[in-house]
Design a protein around this ligand. Structure first.
Ligand code: ZN
Length: 451
């Protein structure tokens, strides 16, 4: 039955997907072939992608039409020269110029709005087209093959963004899981009993690959260590979205008896880099162009500036993602020609803990402010089991809807069954911790209290 299931997922599901207009499977084959290209050919591919992005921006994106107006077609034969003369865009810049960043070549009804808390606590809204979503999925599938996964093999995806998962499994979502092998598991809120049921689910469904937030997988490993629950032997674990601390990696690899493959990407710029079987992080340079810019105070710390090739409808060109990293010299013995990097200080997050021991994933709180207007930055801080403070830094528009924010208290109480107070405080700035990374959700409680 397992091999029949695999056959259906490998051959029938892609056919059905293509029938439904999904191009992810053909895109997947295409970008998988990029790994076989020679260095000159991959450089050519990147250059052509950049040229296409800039030309489209000049023709269709008002913000760039003006900036690129003096360049003519022959100039675009040297696209990197043009790119490096363009300004760096922060999240704040993109929000200020929101309307001017949207391509006029795509009907607005064909674009999907995405809102994110971002890793740095600054809300960001942007638009994507269907092609972006297909390329994002195809790139994600390729990253998974680096850990030995092949399309159709069951994989569990622990995800905390509840709005992306739907409230409860439906007949259709179950059918989708059967056909694709992707088992989406909502981990935005969990406790010991749920972790126990997840482990049972992995065993029952013969799942050998796991993908998800580092902290969630780490907490499953910690639970197993404490309670000795039998775990299935995995083939690979893929961690993403959060900092993978060395002790996280060590415990996860020891517990699941397989290698951890770390990945780095974001909602606005997916698939930035991925770890190969030799333990190196490769920049996925057919998807993104990465620049590393010196900080003013520390020569060893670089800001990561990204230009994404896959969103022409709302381009991210020289985008300051507010993460820090390092370029890494040399080649990798895995043979892939994609350049190397290191993430020195990734994204740090924290969790909140309810009096009954339930852990609330930070994405729940960032989700509460999706689409909220007038906010430059924010931070939810758990003071104790009964009190949360929400710090708000308004942006220039000063149009924060505090009455709407006041309703969040009741929403948290209702959705999480948590009798907690929420004090909203407007501040001028939120102090940055010594790590250099802003944390948009911080708990003063220690996870050690329950794990
Ligand atoms: Zn490698």
């Amino acid at each position: 039955m397992n091999s029949l299931g695999h056959f259906i997922r490998k051959h029938v599901a892609p056919g059905l997907g293509i029938f439904l207009g999904r191009s992810r499977y053909s895109l997947f084959d295409q970008i998988l072939n990029h790994e076989c290209l020679s260095q000159p050919n991959i450089s050519m591919l990147e250059s052509v992608s950049l040229k296409g992005l800039l030309l489209n921006a000049k023709q269709h994106v008002p913000f760039y039409s003006e900036l690129l107006s003096s360049y003519t077609l022959p100039d675009f034969e040297a696209p990197y020269d043009i790119l490096h003369r363009l300004p760096i865009s922060t999240k704040h810049d993109l929000q200020k110029q929101y309307e001017n960043m949207i391509s006029i070549s795509v009907p607005r009804r064909d674009l999907l709005a995405i809102h994110t808390g971002g890793s740095t606590g600054k809300p960001l809204s942007f638009l994507v087209d269907r092609q972006f979503l297909e390329k994002r999925r195809a790139a994600n599938m390729r990253n998974l093959t680096w850990g030995g996964w092949t399309p159709g093999e069951p994989i569990a995806m622990f995800w905390g963004a509840e709005h992306e998962l739907g409230a409860k499994p439906t007949y259709l979502s179950k059918l989708k899981t059967s056909l694709t092998g992707w088992h989406l598991i909502n981990s935005h809120q969990y406790d010991h009993s749920l972790i126990r049921s997840w482990i049972g689910y992995l065993v029952d469904n013969n799942i050998k690959f796991v993908y998800g937030y580092s902290s969630v997988i780490y907490n499953i490993a910690r639970y197993q260590r404490r309670h000795g629950t039998q775990l299935p032997k995995m083939k690979a674990i893929f961690t993403t979205a959060e900092t993978l601390f060395p002790h996280y990696r060590q415990l996860i690899e020891d517990t699941f008896q397989c290698k951890v493959y770390n990945q780095y990407g974001s909602r606005e710029v997916p698939s930035i880099s991925a770890e190969c079987e030799k333990g190196n992080m490769h920049i996925l340079s057919d998807m993104v162009h990465a620049e590393f810019m010196h900080g003013s105070r520390n020569d060893n710390i670089y800001r990561i500036i990204l230009t994404s090739f896959i969103n022409h409808s709302f381009p991210f060109i020289r985008y300051d993602i507010e993460d820090l990293g390092l370029p890494k010299a040399g080649d990798c013995s895995c043979g892939r020609i994609f350049p190397l990097m290191e993430i020195t200080i990734g994204r740090a997050r924290d969790h909140m803990v309810k009096p009954d021991g339930q852990i609330i994933h930070p994405s729940y709180f960032s989700g509460l402010l999706y689409g909220a207007a007038g906010i430059m930055s924010y931070q939810f801080r758990q003071i104790d089991h009964r009190r949360i403070v929400l710090f708000i830094v308004p942006d220039d528009s000063k149009s924060v809807h505090y009455s709407a924010l006041e309703e969040l208290r009741a929403r948290i109480q209702r959705e999480l069954s948590w009798e907690v107070s929420l004090d909203i405080q407007q501040v001028d700035h939120i102090p940055t911790p010594s790590s250099g990374k802003h944390r948009y959700v911080v708990s003063d409680l220690s996870l050690e209290e329950i794990f």
